[in-house]
Unconditional design. Sequence first.
Length: 180
Amino acid sequence: MSEDISRQTFQIEVEQEIHALRARADLRETDLRGVNFQGASFERVDLRGANLQGVSFERADMRGARLRGADLQGADLRGANLNGGDLREANLRQANLEGADLTISALMKADLCGANLRQADLRAAQLSDAIFQGANLQGVDLRNADLRGTNFEGSNLDGANLDNITYDERTIWPVDGTPA
């Protein structure tokens, strides 16, 4: 009985802390490694430069979030809504973004080496100079995306929608130097 009360008290304290974090909305440079924010609402939150290694934002609402320069290595962002987010220069190495909504997001110079973006929505995303080496991009929707200078070396683009993309001579494709 006492253990159940302790668990309930801890859960209430965690929920209060999460609510306080959302209310602040300015979490720049914060160290939140390994925290579980699964399903949380962080619309327009400012996490620029934050350490978010291994954090779970699975199915979180992060529309318009500012994550420029954030370290999201190994983070779980499956099904997260990052529509219109700023992820420029973010470290997303080995992150799981399967089914994530990244439409009209800015990911210029982001590092997505080894990331899983299977079935992610990147329509009209700004991906210039991003690095996707060894990433899983199966079934990803890249319609109208800016891929100038993007590196897809060793990545899997099977079934990707590449309609109306913008790319240039600096864009590196997985195998033969042309879009898949």
